[in-house]
Design a protein around this ligand. Sequence first.
Ligand SMILES: [Zn+2]
Length: 196
Amino acid sequence: MKRRTLLASGGTALAGSMIAGGAAIRSIRRSPGRSVARAENALDRDRIVETLMEGTDRETAAYEVDGSEEGPTAVIIGGVHGNEINGYRVAADVTGWEIDAGRLIVIPFANVVAVERNTRGGPDGDLNRLFPGGREPESDLARAIWRVVEGADPDLVIDLHRSRGLFNTHHRWVGQAIFPTEGAERSTTRRPSSTT
Ligand SMILES: [Zn+2]
């Protein structure tokens, strides 16, 4: 049987209600820029499985993309830094992917307020700094995101960012880059670097 465990915090009832009431996921407010609009157009809202921070200005959605065959689970996150357009545009696009195997859990606009403002951080500061190793995440939004990650029980977590600083450091060699961390323990799943 294909592994298709719904997010632990919600279960089937929650997922069903979220799909039925999908309009609860608000669009990005305040005259979004072209990048945000394009990202929103790419979203497959039929695949929403959970609403995070519902009813708040931080409300955002998690999407699930399923393959027909058994396979690994990956969590893909965009928009942790709201001015790093590439991350949320790619993540939004992924919600519309068709995959052969495994499962993707996608949070395209992790930090909606920051995306709206086109700023690195939101009202709680830099979201990427709110996941301290070995301790609880340090904001309601960070905890909500972490619950999705834990509920998905992923084999891989991909947090999409942008960094022009990389080109300054290694302009001939570094373009698209992956910075892996060991995920065996929670404390090592996310150790942000200063450039992302
Ligand atoms: Zn970043």
